[in-house]
Design a binder for this molecule. Sequence first.
Ligand SMILES: *Cc1c(COP(=O)(O)O)cnc(C)c1O
Length: 380
Amino acid sequence: MKFATKAIHAGQHPDPTTGAVMTPIYQTSTYWQQSPGEHKGYEYSRGTNPTRKALEECIAALENAKYGLAFSSGMAATDTVLRLLKPGDEVITGNDLYGGSYRIFTKVFEKFGIKFHFVDFTRPETIRSYLNDRTKLIWIETPTNPTMQIVDIEAVGLIAKEAGVLYVVDNTFASPYLQNPIDLGADIVMHSVTKYIAGHSDVVMGALVTNNEELYKQLFFYYNACGGTPGPQDSFLALRGIKTLHLRMKAHCENGRQIAQFLRNHPRIEKVYWPGFEDHPNHEVAKKQMRDFGGMISIALKDASLQDTFKVASSFKVFSLAESLGGVESLINHPATMTHGSIPKEIREKVGVVDNLIRISVGVEDIEDLLKDLEQALKL
Ligand SMILES: *Cc1c(COP(=O)(O)O)cnc(C)c1O
């Protein structure tokens, strides 16, 4: 099946008791057993729930993977992957990372004796010098957040495979519509379902997918043992959102393209970060592994102080100043104080998360209204 068909049908079947076409919200914590241990595959909803299962199968199908697990947030999904590690293990990860990932790595798991190396993945060969026999995991994000660098998923996968290291790709920014890391060598794909997959800014959820049965069993163990699993209502909302993922992504990409061009020619902008520009340093890699360039754009304002930047960020009428991304509505974010506020200033500034940087999540509104809003907000 092709992407659009999977987005609408994968994991979903008419309800066996009523024929309901939409997967019902199975609002139940427990399931009747005919005799002890004799049941229909469901025992307790921390472990399995039919609404959640439909969502898990749908996300797995969109990522061309066999197994999927849904979580109560993207961070719960990340937490579950990290539980595969033990004290003494080392992780190589990006130096331009979602703020919450940086926080869980450094503030939660470092204290259990796991060591994290934050490196520049745009030249994959450079990671070889960080590999040793304690390296257990490589964790990347691409496009990176918020400076839209592109990591060559396949090239890093080859190094991970050669070294026998588990390889995880956080595919939140691209969504399965734009790229499928499992096909390029990833062992696990992580998603913040909160963003493009659910797409309507009304749920917080996460997911992991894998093709490896043994890995799936291990992840399922921590998922059930630690319990970061979502309820059926949220699973239903995500499942509803996912049905239009392909339609939304097309619109995000088209609006993103026009906005990136507009900003690039604007006198108040010093730099536009968007992988679709031919002179973007990783444009060729983006073209190779992505189907389009997405709706995430960052801009550095020219000669702007923190106050000037706040003024611009606060003067939009159609765009909302808010954290998060990937919803149908356009959002403006100030990474240095909002999404990346948990990263120390000297560390974030090294990778370009400076005070005059603004990140835009381009929504699917009418492009004319979005351009007009940008124009008025950027007026001197
Ligand atoms: C939002 C986000 C996360 C965390 O997901 P939550 O659903 O907010 O817990 C992880 N990675 C990236 C790239 C994100 O944008």
